[in-house]
Ligand binder design. Structure first.
Ligand code: SAM
Length: 488
């Protein structure tokens, strides 16, 4: 791979001749592959437990050669997410700084790596808003969040500017900013083609606009986690300094970072750092360089919004963060719903703890959303383009009312509500390709297909065949014949 001259010169100036040579050599090597498990779905024990764990993330594992994940049914069932190891450092930050329920925003969320991580790591009772400004990427985010299966998620498709209408709404904001992507050079060669000093400058300006837009929506005392996948000091340290001076942010160190992980600190001259950190120490920032740390290029800083008049006692103090007031809408809006009360009662039996949710019927879909956050949802709906909130439980199809695919993917599913049929590998892949399935000896009606005991989706068995209810737009399109893929 030919790296741009200007990039080589910048990195040599920053790291020195010897270290930059090590970095450039590492950039010519193959990227590492890693996955993060969805502990609420994984069938234990897993083969992966024998692989090397990502040291800063309890559910992250390096996998050897990159398998064809598309042909692993458990990948489509949301049992794991293929995520670059360095990014999983967000788990270490959350573990240390977020110990009580919070309202969290992932502002630049697609395809959903960090949102799925946040959703697994945030304390029980938290709400996650996963936002993506680019429409088609937001649809991929909906798919990945649906497969991850947690009910307390809202997916939105809004420009950062829209968050002005949500002053002091979030306890935690993660901004994984669009960047020049130097850390992706060895994983995505297109990133090398797109790189230029002008592009770096544009990225820096865009990142500042994004931070300015989202800052008012963070509560005083709340945390902003800023990350990029570039090594570039302009988009990293210079932006952290800018957030401190222009927005009044306070940089925070991340506790218990093991020196064995060989994470690199600030690359600013120490004197400038000391002025910024105010503590006589270097600016607390965390850079992952692939010749030192086992992962791709990544940068992260944690910043706190100073406490103003409005106190924010929740982070790390074990107090519930969320105002639970707000109008509750416990009932289905009957005027719009073709459901009889009996059908609704029946449908609620498909869900565990159905009484904890608001049930709404819109379009042809019946959905649930945690009642504890109904006030917040109304506020979000008035400010943002909400694509999905909670879980779609059922859909009207003609005269039928069938369980939705999202229900099969969700942790709210009451498994006993449907007869289950375990598939073998070939049947599972055929199902995911949305092919017709023949299930001899299975009962008629709606069945839950499982693979290795994990729900894959629903079929309607009519006897001579089973109608495949897998979402058309998510089907495996490749007709490639593949030997069984086993990751877990
Ligand atoms: N956090 C994601 C994950 O872990 O899977 C990756 C996010 S990627 C680094 C940055 C995202 O920012 C992209 O999805 C991109 O579409 C989005 N983006 C691009 N321009 C943006 C802008 N002006 N404001 C907000 N987001 C933007």
């Amino acid at each position: 791979m030919d790296l741009p001259d200007s990039f080589l010169a910048d990195m040599s100036a920053l790291l020195g001749e010897a270290e930059s040579a090590d970095l450039f050599a590492a950039l010519q090597e193959k990227p590492l592959t890693s996955v993060r498990l969805n502990r609420l779905k994984c069938p234990p024990p897993t083969m992966l437990e024998e692989q090397m764990r990502v040291p800063w993330c309890e559910s992250g594992y390096y996998v050897g050669l990159r398998p064809v994940f598309t042909f692993d049914p458990l990948f489509h069932a949301g049992c794991y997410y293929v995520q670059e190891a360095s990014s999983m450092f967000v788990a270490h930050v959350v573990k240390h700084y977020v110990t009580a329920p919070v309202v969290t925003l992932d502002l630049c969320a697609a395809p959903g790596g960090k949102s799925t991580l946040l959703r697994s790591l945030l304390p029980e009772g938290s709400l996650l808003v996963a936002n993506e400004v680019v429409r088609n990427r937001a649809q991929v985010l909906v798919e990945n969040m649906t497969k991850w299966g947690h009910p307390d998620v809202v997916v939105t498709n809004s420009d950062p500017e829209a968050f002005h209408s949500l002053p002091a709404f979030f306890d935690v904001v993660l901004t994984d900013a669009p960047c020049s992507g130097e850390g992706m050079f060895r994983k995505e060669p297109a990133a090398v083609e797109e790189w230029s000093p002008e592009n770096v400058k544009q990225c820096q300006e865009r990142q500042r606009r994004i931070m300015t837009d989202v800052w008012p929506s963070l509560k005083p005392g709340g945390l902003l986690i800023y990350s990029t996948c570039t090594y570039n000091i302009k988009e990293n340290e210079e932006n952290v300094r800018w957030m401190c001076s222009e927005l009044g942010a306070e940089p925070l160190p991340v506790p218990e970072v093991n020196p064995a992980w060989r994470i690199t600190g600030s690359l600013l001259p120490p004197s400038e750092d000391m002025a910024m950190s105010g503590a006589g120490e270097g600016l607390p920032v965390y850079r992952f360089l692939p010749h030192k740390t086992q992962g791709e290029g990544f940068f992260l800083a944690v910043l706190r919004k100073p406490l103003g008049e409005e106190m924010h006692p929740t982070l790390n103090e074990g107090l519930p963060a969320v105002s639970r007031k707000g109008k509750r809408e416990k009932m289905v809006r009957r005027a719009e719903s073709p459901l009889s009360q009996e059908q609704l009662r029946q449908t609620k039996t498909w869900v565990k703890n159905a009484e904890q949710y608001d049930w709404t019927f819109a379009g042809n879909r019946l959905s649930l959303f945690p009642s504890a956050y109904s006030g917040q949802l109304q506020t979000l709906q008035s400010a943002l383009q909400v694509l999905q909130a909670g879980v779609t439980v059922a859909e009207a199809k003609g005269r039928d009312f069938v369980p939705a695919h999202a229900l099969a993917m969700s942790t709210v599913l009451s498994r006993d509500s449907f007869p289950s049929v375990e598939t073998d590998y070939a049947q599972a892949v055929a199902y995911l390709r949305k092919e017709a399935i023949i299930l001899s000896d299975a009962p008629r009606g709606i069945l839950l297909l499982t693979y290795k005991g994990v729900p894959l989706g629903f079929v309607k068995n009519v006897g001579n065949r089973a109608n495949n209810l897998y979402p058309q737009e998510w089907r495996i399109r490749s007709g490639h014949v593949q030997p069984e893929v086993n990751i877990l």
